[in-house]
Write a protein of this length. Structure first.
Lengths: 188, 173
């Protein structure tokens, strides 16, 4: 098991110019860990992060798009796995921060905690490649290569809460930052 | 055989959609539009059709495409629209995304206003959209096609969603 903020810090060290779409707890932490105008947190409704990411990836096939999804979120939009696999964006990296709970909403366990294989679901939906990491060193050694690998790929990250970060839901969904994202992506 | 002048022509709709700068179609099949709108779009090399499993995904994909500088149209049935209320609330309206939707009113009686339909599912669509403060237009007669380009342009100008309700099945001729 990895501390989520440590796991995200590893990703941030390997980040170059990728778009990162992040949801809920991962988004709250990612904005502090890897600030960038190419961060997209304006997903608006639970479960929708990977769908926003798919739209960005299809609209800008020249840019790498990484989504930091959650397991509770993904359960709310499981069809996205089939949609993404069918659309087959080569520039999309679908990371799942798998903590087994609805952490933002009281840390109640997700149904099927410990039973559901998310990489298995992704694989059967048609993702050509899936990976699982629960060890920080192994993640550190692999992430640089995975960010360059042809997508769509699915990466399950087994995480638990690490250091607490301040929550700011207004910032997560602020239109002014979405517009800043659009301008930054247009120039990127 | 004389041309049916009351008939909504699918080719005119596709021309209008393209004139509005739409290049991505995000879609679920709908009996009202599948045969003469979606199937030709799937075969059209100028359009990229993204097939989704559920309509709320489509709301978000269109928003992601907008963030990436692309214009998109979400094609679905009114049942899918009703199933997507929370995404429309959070992603389209509160998120101020110009999600443009073409929504087939399955089983609406021809020539009858949606609010006058005998079918509950049809009758509630416009009041629901009004309550959500989402612009909407009825596209049922050939002249209604003229509404398409201004509706889409206004959505992008305001950065707000718009729904074009397809009141009868468009035909190929």
């Amino acid at each position: 098991m990895m501390k989520r903020d440590q796991c995200l810090k590893v990703l941030a060290r390997h980040r170059t110019n990728e778009v990162v779409v992040a949801v809920y707890q991962a988004a709250q932490e990612w904005l502090h860990i890897s600030p960038s105008d190419l961060n997209y947190t304006f997903t608006g409704a639970m479960g929708q992060g990977s769908s926003h990411a798919l739209g960005i990836a299809l609209g800008r096939p020249d840019k790498r798009v990484v989504v930091l999804d959650g397991d509770g979120s993904l359960l709310m939009n499981l069809g996205t796995l089939v949609t993404i696999a069918h659309a087959a964006p080569r520039n999309l990296v679908h990371c799942l921060c798998q903590n087994g709970t609805y952490e933002t909403n009281g840390a109640v366990d997700i149904p099927g905690r410990g039973e559901v294989s998310f990489p298995g679901l992704a694989r059967e939906a048609g993702y050509p490649k899936t990976y699982t990491f629960d060890n920080l060193d192994e993640w550190d050694r692999a992430v640089g290569r995975l960010l360059r690998e042809e997508g769509p790929i699915f990466i399950a990250l087994h995480v638990e809460p690490g250091e607490p970060y301040p929550e700011d839901f207004r910032r997560l969904y602020a239109i002014e930052y979405r517009e800043r994202f659009r301008r930054a992506l247009a120039k990127a | 055989m004389a041309e049916n002048t009351d008939q909504l022509r699918a080719a005119d709709l596709i021309t209008a959609i393209k004139s509005a700068g739409i290049r991505f179609i995000v879609a679920l099949p709908d009996r009202t539009t599948s045969e003469h709108l979606l199937k030709p779009m799937l075969a059209d090399p100028e359009l990229r059709v993204v097939q989704v499993c559920k309509e709320d995904e489509g709301v978000s994909i269109c928003s992601g495409l907008y963030a990436a500088g692309q214009r998109a149209l979400l094609l679905m049935q009114h049942t899918g629209l009703l199933d997507s209320m929370n995404a429309l609330r959070g992603v389209a309206v509160e998120g101020q995304n110009p999600v443009c939707m073409m929504v087939g009113l399955l089983s609406k009686e021809p020539g009858v206003l949606p609010t006058q339909s005998k079918r509950y599912g049809i009758r509630i669509v416009e009041p629901v959209l009004d309550a959500m403060q989402i612009e909407h237009y009825l596209i049922e007669a050939p002249d209604d096609v003229e509404k398409v380009v201004p509706a889409i342009e206004a959505a992008y100008a305001r950065s707000m969603p718009v729904v074009m309700l397809i009141g009868r099945e468009p035909r190929s001729s």
